[in-house]
Design a binder for this molecule. Structure first.
Ligand SMILES: [Zn+2]
Length: 380
């Protein structure tokens, strides 16, 4: 996830905070200090409400981190490399490289999350009832943490994708039917229905109870879940359709290689307009110097196109590149993460092609129109 702040490493996993999380932290601390604690415990100093609210928000943050670490450690134990954990406004995401290859793996990785939240709830509850805490704010905070972790555990057990419970459901349907696409469709449909239900509940909260912030927050989470479910449905369909397909078979195998001295207007005329391309590689011999895209060219006023060499507007090397034998799904992920439209394909020292987002989409439509069946899906 972009725009995140690095916090450090834990068990070799990078921990980061996305800037949206700061907003969630402030909102939670504020609602605890001004609403939750004063409503339940009377007569504290205002500063006590705030220190308790902030401390509870910090422990909530640690709890979410433990939940994510549990996912990450199980994934790593099953052989999936884990790059990082990022906390953002709605919780946390573990960046696990590659998707689960077997339903059993997905089940373990997903189920351990809610389990760790419920375990944390139990730990806080035992502290609350057994540790003989004397100070009221401390008791209030531990009680809140027991409650919120139980709520998090239960919320995540709801069987809608992409919640943990949705992943558990997906792993079960995947195992039963052998089809990852069908399993994803079912789990994502439940996820979307749940998202819509949350939006409706949020609207009801605002209209019927006048709880504007609480209602908006609920609706916002519903809207996010709904979108995430739809996105994962699409992503899985693409992944399955392209499984085993290599960059080599989708790339443009003879992309034009233009001299850095070529004037911009010639490239616009010959490559963009006549050739229907959106980008050309710029190089000498087969040494890649950069790439010139429509976006690069548009930065230069049109009257200067004829007198300016393309070297002046191109995006220079080092560029993001990809190898010809990488999977298309890996290429797609890389293209999306870096927000690119095309990427040069490099084999060792040589530039062997160019892969564009547009061509991948065209191939996808072609495969759909032809009714090509994806390679047999693995079941475990
Ligand atoms: Zn989780």
């Amino acid at each position: 996830m972009k725009a995140s702040l690095r916090l450090g490493r834990s068990a070799g996993i990078e921990i980061g905070i996305h800037y949206t999380w700061l907003f969630a932290f402030a909102l939670i601390a504020w609602s605890l200090a001004e609403g939750f604690f004063p409503d339940r415990y009377e007569g504290w100093a205002r500063s006590t409400y705030w220190t308790t609210g902030i401390a509870a928000a910090i422990f909530l943050f640690v709890s979410v981190l433990i939940h994510e670490l549990a996912h990450s450690l199980v994934a790593r134990g099953l052989g999936y490399p884990v790059e990082s954990i990022t906390l953002f406004i709605f919780g946390g995401v573990s960046q696990i490289r590659g998707d689960a290859e077997k339903p059993r793996h997905e089940f373990y990785i997903a189920a351990v999350g809610p389990l760790s939240s419920l375990l944390l709830a139990l730990v806080f509850w035992v502290i609350l009832t057994q540790a003989g805490l004397e100070r009221a704010p401390l008791r209030a905070m531990v009680g809140y943490l027991a409650f919120i972790n139980a709520a998090l555990g239960i919320f995540n057990l709801i069987p809608g994708f992409p919640l943990d419970g949705g992943r558990v459901l997906r792993s079960a349907v995947w195992r039963a039917t052998g089809s990852l696409v069908r399993a994803t469709n079912i789990a994502a449909t439940v996820g979307q229905a749940f998202g819509w239900a949350l939006i409706a509940i949020g609207v009801f909260q605002v209209l019927a109870t006048g709880s504007i912030i609480g209602g908006l927050w609920t609706a916002f989470i519903g809207w996010f879940l709904n979108g995430a479910a739809e996105a994962s449905r699409r992503e899985t369909a693409v992944q399955v359709m392209f499984s085993g397909v290599k960059v080599r078979s989708v790339m443009d195998q003879s992309p034009p290689f233009v001299s850095p001295n070529a004037p911009v207007d010639g490239i616009v005329r010959d490559q963009f307009l006549a050739g229907g391309r959106r980008a050309v590689l710029i190089g000498e011999g087969d040494r890649l110097l950069g790439i010139a895209t429509i976006t690069d060219v548009r930065k230069l006023p049109q009257e200067k196109w004829s007198e300016t060499p393309v070297a002046a507007v191109m995006t220079r090397s080092p560029l993001k590149t990809i190898g010809p034998d990488e999977d298309i799904t890996a290429a797609l992920r890389m293209i999306a993460e870096n927000d690119l439209n095309q990427v040069p394909v490099i084999d060792g020292e040589h530039t062997v092609g160019m892969l564009s987002r547009a061509e991948i989409v065209r191939q996808m439509q072609l495969r759909q129109t032809l009714g090509l069946r994806p390679p047999a899906e693995k079941a475990g």
